[in-house]
Write a protein that binds this ligand. Structure first.
Ligand code: FAD
Ligand code: N01
Length: 545
C-alpha cells in the first residue's frame, strides 16, 4: 500500500474528463503555468460527441454559437457547414481543437477515475484510476459531464435477446449498418426523436416503443452559406457578448435557452387569444406559433391551451389518426422537460416501415430472444436500440468514490439530492470543483458558454489563491444551503417543477433518485454576475485557508 502511495504522480491540478469542459480547463490552466493531468475514460477527446454517434445525432444550438470563444483564431479558422452541426462535424471540431492546442499530451485516455480522496495531512486530493495509477493534486476539477452516464433500464429478459443491443449514448465508433434489418427502438426523448427518421430510412422496419410522448419542434436546420459564415465571424465579438449576458427567461415554451445570442423572449399571452386567433397562428407558423406565448411556462391554464395547439399540429402532420393519438403528449405540461427538436420526426410515422407502440396502452413485459413482449402483443426485430437517456447531472460524480474532509462521501452529502454552492463546489470538499455542476445554469444553457464561464472562474480562483499564498478554498455550509434554497425558489411555479412533470432535470428518470430540480433557472447572465460579484468580494461564501 505504502509503495503505491509513494508512486503517486504529483500535479497541481487533476482534471477528470476530456469533453469540451475538460479540454478547455486543460488549455486554460496550462496557460496559467500549472502542471496538469487529465484522465478520460474514452479513447479520445470530445466527451458527448465521442460517445453519442447514433444516427441523427446533432446539436440543437446554432453551431456558430455551440463553439469555443476563447480563441479568436480558432473561431475565425473553423467553418461550420450547417446551422446545427451533426455529431461527426462536432467531433471533428473537438479533434481540431485538441490538435491545434496540443492537448492530448496531457491526457491519459482509456482510463477511468474510480476514487478521489481529500488528504487532510497535506491538503491534497489523491485520485485513483482503474489502471491503478495514483495522482496527488492540489486541485481536482470534475469535468465529467452532465449527460455522460447512460441509463439502461433493467428490462427482464434482456440477456435472452439474440441480436445486437445498442445504447445511443455508447454508440460503436465504427457505426452500425441497419440496412435490410428490423430494428426496435425504446425511448422517445431527444436521442430517440433524432434517431427515428434516420433509422426509418435505413431499416427494413422500425418499431418505436414509446412510454411517454414528447413535445418536439422542427429544428429548422439548413446548410450555412459562405456569406452567413463570413458575417458571423465578423460579428463574433457581439455574439459572444450577447451569449454571456443572456438570460434563460422563464417565458414561452422553450423558455429562451440561456447563452444564445439574440434569443427573443416571448411577450404575448395565450390566455388573451381567441380560438380563431390560435388556429390562424398555427396555420401561419406551425409549431413555432406556440413559442410566441410568454405565459405557457408559468400558468397551467395557458399551458393547456399551448398543449392543445401542439396536439392539433401533430394531428395535421400524422396521417393515421390512431398513430397521431398515440403520439400526443397528454399528462404533463409543455416546457417541463428539455425542449426536443427534430428533423422529420412526425413525418417518419407516415412511412409504411415505421410502427409506433404506444406503451400507455400496455407496457413492456419482457425482452425475448426475438424482440419485445408487451401487454398489447409481441413485436419482433433483429437489433434493439436503447434511447433511454442518462443518469443526468449527478451520475458521473456519484459513480466515483469521492471523499472530502473527515472521509465524508459525496454520496452521503448528496443523499437527499445534490447540494452545491453555485454548482461549483460542495461544502466539505475543499479544492474540488465541478464544471456545470447541479445548481448552475448548465443544461439549461448553451453548454459551451457555461463551460467557459466555469473554467474561467476556477482559473481566476486558483490564481487568486496562489497570489495570496492560500492553499484551500471551500464552500461554507450556510452559503451552500442558501444557494440551494435560491435555486429551488427560482424554479418554483414554473412548469419545470409542476407536480405532473417527471423530467431528468428532477432526477425522475432514475428509480430511487431524489426528486430535486437540479439546474439553475435564474439566467446565464444573472448567474455570471453573481459568480463575479462573489469573487470580487474575496470569494464570499467560501472559506479560504
Ligand atoms: P462531456 O462531454 O459529457 O464529457 C465528460 C467526459 O468525462 C466524458 O468523455 C467521459 O467519458 C468522461 N468521464 C466521466 N466520468 C469519468 C471518470 N470517472 N473517469 C474518466 N473520465 C470520465 N448541449 C448544448 O449546449 N447544446 C447541444 O446542442 C447539445 N446537444 C447534445 C446532444 C447530445 C446527444 C447529448 C448527450 C448532449 C448534448 N448537449 C448539448 C449537452 C453536452 O453534454 C454538452 O454540450 C457538452 O458537450 C458537455 O461537455 P462536458 O465536457 O461538460 O461533458
Ligand atoms: O434521454 P431522455 P435522451 N421503458 O431521458 C424512455 C441531451 N440530448 O437521451 O419519458 C420504456 O430524454 C423515456 O420514457 P419516459 C438533451 O439534453 C440532446 O433522449 O421515462 N421507455 C424517454 O422517452 C436531452 O434532454 C440532443 O417515460 C423508457 C427516453 O427513454 C438529454 O440529452 C440529442 C424506459 C429517454 O429520454 C437526454 O436525452 C440527444 C423504459 N424502461 C440528447 N426507460 C439534442 O438534440 C427510459 N425510457 C441536442
Amino acid at each position: 500500500m505504502s509503495s503505491a502511495v509513494e508512486k503517486a504522480r504529483e500535479v497541481d491540478v487533476v482534471i477528470v474528463g476530456a469533453g469540451f469542459g475538460g479540454m478547455y480547463a486543460l488549455y486554460k490552466l496550462r496557460n496559467s503555468g500549472l502542471n496538469l493531468a487529465v484522465i478520460e475514460a474514452g479513447s479520445d477527446v470530445g466527451g458527448t460527441w465521442y460517445w453519442n454517434r447514433y444516427p441523427g445525432a446533432r446539436c440543437d444550438v446554432p453551431s456558430i454559437e455551440y463553439s469555443y470563444s476563447f480563441s479568436d483564431e480558432l473561431q475565425q479558422e473553423w467553418n461550420w457547414t450547417e446551422i446545427m452541426a451533426a455529431q461527426p462535424e462536432i467531433l471533428s471540431y473537438a479533434n481540431h481543437v485538441a490538435d491545434r492546442f496540443d492537448l492530448r499530451k496531457d491526457i491519459t485516455f482509456d482510463t477511468r477515475v474510480t476514487a478521489a480522496h481529500f488528504q487532510e495531512a497535506d491538503q491534497r486530493w489523491l485520485v485513483t484510476t482503474d489502471s491503478g495509477e495514483r495522482i496527488s493534486a492540489r486541485f481536482c476539477i470534475m469535468a465529467t459531464g452532465c449527460l455522460s452516464v447512460p441509463n439502461t433500464p433493467e428490462i427482464t429478459g434482456q440477456e435472452d435477446f439474440q441480436g445486437p443491443i445498442y445504447h445511443t449514448g455508447r454508440w460503436p465508433a465504427e457505426g452500425v449498418d441497419f440496412t435490410g434489418i428490423r430494428v426496435g427502438l425504446i425511448g422517445t426523448g431527444s436521442s430517440g426523436v433524432q434517431s427515428v427518421p434516420v433509422l426509418a430510412e435505413q431499416a427494413q422496419h422500425l418499431t418505436v416503443f414509446q412510454r411517454t410522448p414528447n413535445y418536439t419542434m422542427p429544428a429548422g436546420n439548413a446548410p450555412l452559406s459562405e456569406e452567413f459564415i463570413a458575417r458571423a465571424k465578423q460579428d463574433y465579438p457581439e455574439i459572444r457578448q450577447q451569449q454571456r449576458a443572456s438570460q434563460v427567461g422563464i417565458v414561452g415554451y422553450g423558455f429562451g435557452f440561456g447563452g444564445i445570442a439574440g434569443m427573443e423572449e416571448a411577450t404575448n399571452s395565450i390566455l388573451e387569444t381567441t380560438e380563431e386567433q390560435r388556429a390562424a397562428a398555427l396555420e401561419a407558423k406551425g409549431f413555432a406559433a406556440i413559442r410566441d406565448y410568454a405565459d405557457i411556462q408559468i400558468d397551467p391554464q395557458a399551458n393547456e391551451l399551448g398543449c392543445e395547439m401542439y396536439r392539433q399540429q401533430v394531428r395535421r402532420i400524422v396521417d393515421d389518426p390512431d398513430t397521431a393519438e398515440g403520439l400526443l403528449p397528454r399528462d404533463y405540461p409543455l416546457g417541463c422537460k428539455r425542449p426536443v427538436i427534430d428533423i422529420g420526426y412526425y413525418e417518419a410515422f407516415n412511412r409504411d416501415n415505421v410502427t409506433l407502440v404506444d406503451l400507455r396502452k400496455g407496457g413492456i413485459e419482457r425482452i425475448t430472444a426475438t424482440g419485445v413482449a408487451t401487454e398489447q402483443g409481441d413485436f419482433e426485430f433483429d437489433a434493439l436500440v436503447y434511447a433511454t437517456g442518462f443518469d443526468a447531472m449527478t451520475g458521473a460524480l456519484l459513480s466515483m468514490d469521492i471523499q472530502g474532509r473527515d472521509n465524508q462521501r459525496l454520496s452521503e452529502h448528496w443523499q437527499a439530492g445534490p447540494k452545491t454552492y453555485l454548482g461549483l463546489q460542495m461544502s466539505g470538499f475543499p479544492n474540488l470543483f465541478t464544471i456545470t455542476g447541479p445548481g448552475s445554469p448548465s443544461v439549461l444553457s448553451n453548454m459551451l458558454v457555461s463551460i467557459e464561464q466555469h473554467v474561467d472562474w476556477i482559473a481566476d480562483c486558483i490564481n487568486y489563491l496562489d497570489q495570496q499564498g492560500l492553499k484551500t478554498i471551500e464552500a461554507l455550509p450556510e452559503a451552500e444551503s442558501e444557494w440551494v434554497e435560491h435555486v429551488n425558489a427560482v424554479a418554483e411555479g414554473t412548469m419545470f417543477t409542476a407536480p405532473s412533470c417527471n423530467s431528468w432535470y428532477l432526477g425522475a428518470n432514475i428509480p430511487g433518485k431524489p426528486r430535486i430540480f437540479m439546474p439553475y433557472v435564474g439566467g446565464v447572465g444573472e448567474y455570471r454576475r453573481r459568480c463575479d460579484e462573489i469573487a470580487d468580494n474575496g470569494y464570499q461564501g467560501f472559506a479560504l485557508g
